[in-house]
Design a protein around this ligand. Structure first.
Ligand code: C5P
Length: 308
């Protein structure tokens, strides 16, 4: 008996924040060794794959996201994901990929990586390919350092250049206020600036033991104390307004503000959902146009009922 293929598959993938981002001195291949703790938070892109004769990409986005700079060709990680998955199965994969973006672009939240992970899963299901988890993780690592985490979600330790992921114990529900910036920051540029500021950085990145211990307490105050990002200093040096934003959020009552990954998005840890809503209100009243509330940890890339 032959099974009919689905008419469309929608896969949801979450934004990530780095609760700990320990960066070591640059490697010979240009990447930096990392010890990082990722958390997937409830701010998601949806990728829907429709049957089509060719491989095509279409974008739609929440009104405050500027999709103008997102390429629709091979420069788009979702297109590269389709090519790599096709190569694995020895065929050119077709499909119309509709990317519905709610994750800010070039924001340090791994939105492009989320789209790539979601495209892998959506095309796998659309074409009934039954790709193994190991193969999906391998393709994801080839696509980018953050893409394997976008597949697995939850809270995970990342090592290597960030692509080796392992789930960690996390007993808390953590509430975040997320303040994106209108203009993105280039990840390679922030890493290059880290190299300028820290030319003698130890090749072994700072470990995540304190952070992992805080996750096991479930206490927001403990987590707030343990948050750590080695890219925060270079990001603030390139964009001093981020330092002022962190100070402002903390003055408004956040337990702690932190640049997310390479920035420029800033995330604020709160005590509870109510605290996060209050802080978000205060930040909006003080003039920030886009202020989001999300909790973590949430699931990695997963199929949801189609709604496009
Ligand atoms: O892996 P990905 O393609 O997302 O990396 C984008 C850029 O970020 C790299 O080309 C590199 O400049 C920088 N990067 C790095 N070290 C890492 C991850 C990324 O230097 N561990």
């Amino acid at each position: 008996m032959t099974r009919s293929l689905p008419s469309a598959v929608t896969v949801r993938a979450a934004a990530k924040i780095n609760l700990h981002l320990g960066v070591g001195g640059v490697r010979d291949d240009g990447f930096h060794p990392l010890t990082t703790v990722y958390q997937a938070v409830g701010l998601c892109d949806d990728v829907t794959a429709f049957p089509a004769a060719e491989l095509e990409v279409e974008l739609s986005a929440t009104d405050w996201i500027d999709v103008g700079g997102i390429p629709l060709d091979e420069g788009n990680l979702a297109v590269r994901a389709a090519r790599l998955l096709g190569d694995l199965h020895g065929r050119a994969l077709t499909g119309r990929l509709v990317l519905e973006k709610s994750i800010p672009v070039a924001g340090g939240l791994a939105g492009g990586s989320a789209d790539a992970a979601a495209a892998l899963v959506a095309l796998d299901r659309l074409h009934d390919l039954h790709t193994s988890d190991d193969d999906l993780l391998r393709l994801a690592a080839d696509l980018g350092s953050d893409v394997p985490f976008a597949l697995v979600g939850g809270t995970a330790l990342g090592t290597g250049r960030g692509e080796v992921v392992e789930a960690v114990a996390d007993v808390g529900t953590w509430w975040w206020v997320i303040v994106p910036s209108r203009e993105g920051l280039s990840t390679p540029e922030v890493y290059r600036h880290f190299d300028r500021l820290r030319p003698d950085a130890d090749p072994t990145p700072p470990d995540a033991e304190v952070l992992l211990g805080a996750l096991r307490t479930g206490q927001p105050v403990s987590l707030a104390r343990a948050l750590h990002n080695d890219l925060q200093e270079p990001a603030i040096d390139l964009r001093p307004a981020l330092g002022e934003l962190i100070e402002q959020g903390e003055a408004e009552g956040a337990l702690r503000g932190l640049v997310s990954g390479s920035g420029p998005t800033v995330v604020f840890l709160c005590e509870s959902a109510d605290h996060a809503r209050d802080l978000a209100g205060a930040m909006m009243r003080s003039g920030h146009e886009v202020v989001l509330v999300a909790n973590g940890a949430v699931a990695g890339s997963h199929v949801v009922p189609a709604h496009v």
